[in-house]
Write a protein that binds this ligand. Sequence first.
Ligand code: DQA
Length: 153
Amino acid sequence: MNKKFNILILNGPNLNLLGTREKNTYGIKTLKELTNQLNEKALSLNINIHHYQSNAEHAIIDKIHESKEKINYIIINPAAFTHTSIAIRDAFLAVNIPFIEVHISNIYARENFRSNSWLSDISNGVITGFELDGYFWALETAVKRLSNSFNKT
Ligand code: DQA
């Protein structure tokens, strides 16, 4: 029944290094392991899941543009672009796809510059500081919200 929903998991710069990068902050699981577990979760939720990671701002923007008409919901960890990218903000405003912002670490408990997000106020929610669990909770929430809005129409 939910198979109609297409959800994109979008990961920003340096997240390809999960599992080896600053393990005390980001843990020991690799992006591949996270992706596999999210795929399993998507199977149990009966939705289509898509994954994309890039270290390049323009590639992330292009992916958001391409998602128009194809993707119902985006879960994004914009990584360092969270704190710098008005261009990614504008891309979301342009395509009007609902999204949840996820951070593995608690961005409010780190350096001051990480407390600013160019995306939070236009997002449908932010999950920060719950390690990789945040991705799974965001996925559940996205499906719940899509189902609710689908049932209302
Ligand atoms: C991050 C937090 C960002 O400040 C940082 O630049 C990242 C990862 C997180 O998931 O905690 O690369 O988004």
